[in-house]
Design a protein around this ligand. Structure first.
Ligand code: HEC
Ligand code: HEC
Length: 495
């Protein structure tokens, strides 16, 4: 990652003499992040949205880090890889390029690339084996070409991680009213937000943890956030939570007694870290509700009220002494919320990229013939000899399809010359430009290819993955549930 230098002089003139106050994001040097090779960022953009980087090709990074939900997923606790459910709230990936002390609610991962490896491999996130991921991409010509032209090599797990990390580093939000104000633009913040800023640094004491250019000290505290009952009541979340605790090697006596997320303890197993979470950066909050490691609060009013009453009863014996009743008046609470709102700038949107299709890459990849003798070392590998093709049928076929128009939409082919035979019959029906949709007998169809999900097909066809339900409804006769896609299945495409 790039070197970042704090423009201390700039920050100090902007904030006066408060030791702890928040600083503008511009105080961090983003030049390095912005200089990333655009070809790498573009590739990372595609991979971030590509569900084929998960075991069953169902779950892309963007499913849990969706631009429409602040690059988080809008739910209290994240979904998980099918068959599991995550036990934590999905975090935004905006401004992640600036973080220096690690990633996740417990900072258990050191770099953005490490995080990609972890997310892809974790059984409850993308659950894909490295080699499988590489082989998938190596059967997609466009990826082969992009990896080749950037790095001169075939798609590899390391470069997948580098490309996705580069894409994440390009997601920068630094135009909040607060940032504009701190950069000298008068009138950027409302009077209420300015009063809230004074409370943030003063009476409410928020900046003892939320400070600096990230508005986070990137350190760990137990703020006594109450548990989310979703974790104790949903069997699949229990499964996933306990699975992870066992993977981390926690003693049965410990993990069977834990009724809530032990936070950083999971990463360090240091008892003093029980219930500790990393202070989150506070930019972009407008788009990332619900809040906290378990999504327990839906609004910033609730968050402020939580701090105002001094948090809740601590169970771990590690609660920060900085969390104590604040005695804020109603107006002060409103001002503080106005300040928190002023920390979000414009929404960072992204196109869902068109994902390239699979295509067999010259198989086998080598032109040398393997023989028993060559493998035993007796002879060198020799070029493969052409195998004689079976004689072609000379009968001419008229394959004009006889189509049963309305009923089932099935394509029935009847050779007109009943006496003729052929070894292979291929019929190509022209696809609509830009899609894989073909029209047969007035009805539109798409054929399922490896890697497709209803969501990716809906994105392709309607430009909107959320239309997958429409596709599902029109094909319920073939599918028991939206995940029951089978390669080769022909789906009806409603308008
Ligand atoms: C099934 C949902 C899911 C998927 C898929 C997923 N994530 Fe996440 N992501 C999460 C959750 C939940 C967290 C918080 C994890 C924790 O604290 O243990 C997270 C955390 C992160 C963070 C840390 C942010 C911070 O503030 O420290 C980054 C970066 C990230 N994910 C990127 C990715 C990338 C890249 C992919 C694809 C390779 C991906 N995620 C796939 C749910 C998901
Ligand atoms: C002792 C350090 C500390 C203090 C003081 C503190 N916070 Fe926090 N803040 C945290 C930590 C740690 C979390 C994450 C806790 C969790 O998820 O369990 C957090 C979470 C938040 C979140 C949720 C962010 C998200 O992305 O979900 C908001 C908003 C917030 N704090 C605002 C404030 C405000 C406003 C104040 C002052 C009234 C304040 N904090 C005081 C450490 C602190």
């Amino acid at each position: 990652m790039s070197t970042r230098t704090l423009s201390i002089a700039f920050a100090l003139t902007a904030i006066g003499t408060h030791a702890h106050a928040a600083e503008p994001l511009q105080a961090l040097d983003s030049a390095g992040l912005k200089q990333a090779d655009p070809a790498v960022v573009e590739l990372g953009h595609m991979l971030f949205f590509d569900p084929r980087l998960s075991g069953d090709a169902s779950t892309a990074c963007s499913d849990c880090h969706d631009p429409n939900y602040g690059w988080s997923d809008g739910s209290e606790l994240a979904r998980g890889y099918p068959g599991t459910k995550h036990w934590r709230n999905s975090q935004t990936v905006v401004n992640m390029g600036f973080m220096t002390e690690g990633f996740h609610w417990d900072s258990g991962l050191a770099s953005l690339s490490d995080q990609v490896h972890d997310a892809m491999g974790a059984g409850f996130v993308a659950n894909i084996d490295t080699v499988l991921a590489e082989e998938r991409l190596r059967q997609i010509p466009e990826y082969v070409e992009r990896f080749g032209s950037i790095w001169g090599e075939a798609p590899s797990q390391d470069k997948i991680a580098d490309a996705i990390a580069a894409y994440e580093q390009s997601l920068i939000s630094d135009d909040s009213p607060f940032d504009l104000h701190m950069s000298g633009q008068s009138n950027a913040m409302s009077a209420a937000a300015l009063r809230g800023m004074a409370l943030f640094d003063g009476k409410a004491n928020c900046s003892s943890c939320h400070n600096g250019a990230l508005i986070s000290d990137q350190k760990f505290y137990n703020t006594s956030v109450p548990p989310n009952v979703g974790l104790s009541e949903e069997p699949l979340r229990q499964v996933t939570f306990r699975y992870l605790m066992r993977l981390k090697g926690l003693e049965p006596a410990v993990y069977e007694a834990l009724d809530r997320d032990p936070g950083r303890y999971l990463a360090t197993q240091n008892p003093d870290d029980l219930g500790m979470f990393r202070t989150p950066p506070l930019r972009y909050l407008k788009y990332t509700a619900p809040y906290m490691h378990n999504g327990i609060f839906y609004s910033l009013d609730e968050v402020v009220e939580f701090y105002n009453i001094g948090g809740t009863q601590d169970v771990f014996g590690t609660k920060s002494p900085l969390i104590k009743p604040l005695g804020l008046t109603r107006d002060e609470k409103n001002d503080l919320v106005a300040f928190l709102e002023s920390l979000s700038g414009s929404e960072l949107t992204a196109d869902v990229p068109a994902l390239p299709d699979y295509e067999v890459q010259s198989f086998p990849a080598s032109n040398l013939q393997i023989t028993a003798a060559s493998l035993k070392g007796g002879t060198a590998l020799a070029p493969r000899k052409a195998v004689a093709e079976p004689a072609q049928s000379t009968g001419s076929l008229d394959l004009t399809p006889a189509v049963q128009t309305e009923s089932s939409g099935l394509l029935v082919m009847a050779p007109k010359d009943a006496g003729a035979t052929a070894s292979a019959i291929t019929v190509t029906v022209p696809a609509e430009p830009g899609t894989r949709v073909v029209t047969i007998g007035g009805q539109r169809f798409v054929t399922v290819q490896p890697g497709d999900t209803l969501g990716t097909l809906a994105k392709l066809i309607y430009g909107d993955g959320r239309q997958y339900q429409k596709l599902f409804n029109a094909n319920r006769d073939k599918m028991s549930n939206p995940n029951a896609l089978v390669t080769g299945m022909r789906l009806r495409v409603p308008d």
